[in-house]
Each structure stands twice: as structure tokens, then as C-alpha cells.
Design a protein. Structure first.
Length: 165
């Protein structure tokens, strides 16, 4: 892990937030193949990390607001579970253009950290089974390894079972 206060070399809002917050993290870079659209599987393969430790950031439309669900890349998110956590009847994946505009990140590189707007965030509780998890660093080909506790604190998130087991 990077030492708190060590300047982040990633140059994204997410890495700047981590550095400013003195949160330990490790950056992992890899070459993103522009023909690949399964970003999570690519990250797991390129970083040689078990897919259950790589988490994808999904922006959902909860009707009157947007929210974020963070789940392992090798799983399917249960929309009903996310809706229940948010206290709404249903959610759906947000339009990619809206997700990009509200977070400030490109699809496939949406970080749960330092988004333009702080969105309600729910993280699958499986994250707590790992000492560290990997989330997008704010661009394709850049992942951040961080403790689940720090991820929860920085996103002001909650945990819940969000995936089919």
C-alpha cells in the first residue's frame, strides 16, 4: 500500500482524494484493450487478481435520484436488493451518458471515489471478506486497491447483500 500522504501518480480525482485524505492505497495500472467491453474481467485478467476482489461501480437510476452500487465483477447485481437498500420500489441502470455526466468519469472507468456529486452508495457485503478490494481509479486501465473500511468511509456508503449467491 502507498503510504498516506505520498503523492498519487494516477492524476485522477479519486487518487487525489485518497492522497489528501491520507488513506493507504495501491495503484494498479494495465494496458486497456480498446476492443474490450467487459472491463472488470479485463482488470482481473490483466492484474492477475481473483475476480471476486475486483468491484465494479454501477450507477443506478432510483427514479428521483441516482445512486451507486458496488459489486464484484464476477457477479450479477440484484436490482431489487439495491432498491430495497435505497428505500425505493425499483431501480434500473442509469443511462451511460447520464452516469458519465454526474460522476465525471467515463463508463468502464467510473470510480466510486471523488465523483462530481456524492451519490448514495451501497457496497456488496462480500467486500468485507477481503483485506483489500480493487475499484476503478477513474480511468480505464487504472485500479485502486483499498481496504473495504476506507472505501465505505470515503463514499459514506453502507453494505448489504446485493448479489445472487
Amino acid at each position: 500500500m502507498s503510504k498516506p500522504g505520498t503523492p498519487a501518480t494516477g492524476g485522477t480525482p479519486a487518487t487525489r482524494l485518497l492522497t489528501a485524505s491520507n488513506v493507504p492505497f495501491t495503484l494498479h495500472r494495465y494496458h486497456h484493450d480498446s476492443t474490450v467491453t467487459d472491463f472488470g474481467a479485463e482488470a482481473a485478467r490483466m492484474l492477475n487478481v481473483a475476480a471476486e476482489r475486483i468491484y465494479k461501480t454501477l450507477v443506478v437510476d432510483a427514479g428521483d435520484r441516482l445512486a451507486v452500487a458496488i459489486v464484484p465483477v464476477n457477479s450479477r447485481m440484484r436490482l431489487s436488493a439495491v432498491a430495497s437498500c435505497l428505500g425505493v420500489k425499483r431501480v434500473r441502470l442509469a443511462d451511460p451518458a447520464v452516469a458519465q455526466r454526474k460522476t465525471g468519469y467515463v463508463v468502464g472507468g467510473i470510480s466510486p471515489l471523488a465523483q462530481k456529486s456524492l451519490l448514495p452508495t451501497v457496497i456488496d457485503d462480500s467486500s468485507l471478506e477481503h483485506p483489500t478490494v480493487f475499484v476503478s481509479g477513474g480511468r480505464r486501465g487504472l485500479d485502486i486497491e483499498i481496504s473495504p473500511a476506507d472505501l465505505l468511509a470515503l463514499t459514506r456508503g453502507t453494505t448489504a447483500p446485493l448479489i445472487s449467491r
